[in-house]
Design a protein around this ligand. Structure first.
Ligand SMILES: C[S@@+](CC[C@H](N)C(=O)[O-])C[C@H]1O[C@@H](n2cnc3c(N)ncnc32)[C@H](O)[C@@H]1O
Length: 208
């Protein structure tokens, strides 16, 4: 058994605003990536000096804030979530962090936006919304990525259930995650892996 509390103790504390947002999300019962996944996103943004980021699934903006704090000076994030109340909270945190001008929040369902979207040369696309729509997000997202750009996807281990024996009682989301993982790992345009960080993070680099 790996001692993850050791890593939690060893890492630097997140900024006070990220800590406050963690607490508010927990208190309000709003889903977000965990702290280790937020850190991974931040490291990827720094490593790639990612100027152009697309996020699908904003909620209270915890993952958005991790990425926004790691952006280079001219960096920009477009983040999509139809939930106006949740993204109002995200906007308030981004404003307090002094990064609201670097983030466009788009309050529409992602598929409606992506089908009409003309942006290209995106450095990182982070997917964390409707699980049954993951295959459609992926197919629409890949052409928007620059070569060597990353698509990063949350929840691919689905609380450990993805690896369990399939059963007729499995939810639609669980079945969707299992099917998606096969599609993702064998996608001809990606060099893809799934790492056991948080709820299972997929990282795919565009190679074609
Ligand atoms: C898991 S939460 C996102 C958490 C966020 N990435 C974070 O770590 O702080 C998923 C979000 O996807 C949003 N969502 C649901 N359907 C969506 C859709 N069709 N397009 C975009 N976002 C959607 C929900 O409103 C919800 O806030």
């Amino acid at each position: 058994m790996r001692d993850l509390s050791y890593l939690t103790r060893l890492h630097r504390e997140p900024s006070p605003l990220l800590l406050e947002l963690e607490q508010q999300s927990t208190y309000d019962g709003i889903p977000s990536v965990d702290r280790a996944s937020g850190r991974l996103l931040s490291t990827l943004v720094h490593a790639m000096m990612a100027n152009r980021i697309l996020e699908i699934g904003t909620a209270y903006g915890y993952s958005t804030l991790w990425m926004a704090l790691a952006l280079p000076p001219a960096g920009h994030i477009w983040t999509i979530d139809p939930d106006v109340e949740r993204t109002a909270v995200a906007h308030a945190y981004l404003e307090r962090a002094g990064v609201a001008d670097k983030v466009d929040i788009i309050n529409q369902p992602a598929l409606e936006v992506l089908e009409m979207w003309s942006q290209r040369n995106i450095d990182i696309i982070f997917i964390d919304a409707e699980k049954t729509e993951y295959p459609a997000y992926l197919e629409l997202a890949i052409p928007m990525l620059k070569r060597s750009g990353l698509v990063v996807i949350d929840n691919l281990l689905w609380s450990g259930e993805a690896g369990a024996e399939p059963s007729s009682r499995d939810s639609a989301d669980l079945r969707a995650v299992r099917d998606f993982n096969k599609l993702f790992l064998h996608h001809p345009q990606l060099d893809a892996t799934i790492v056991p960080v948080g709820d299972g993070i997929g990282i795919g680099a565009r190679i074609e």
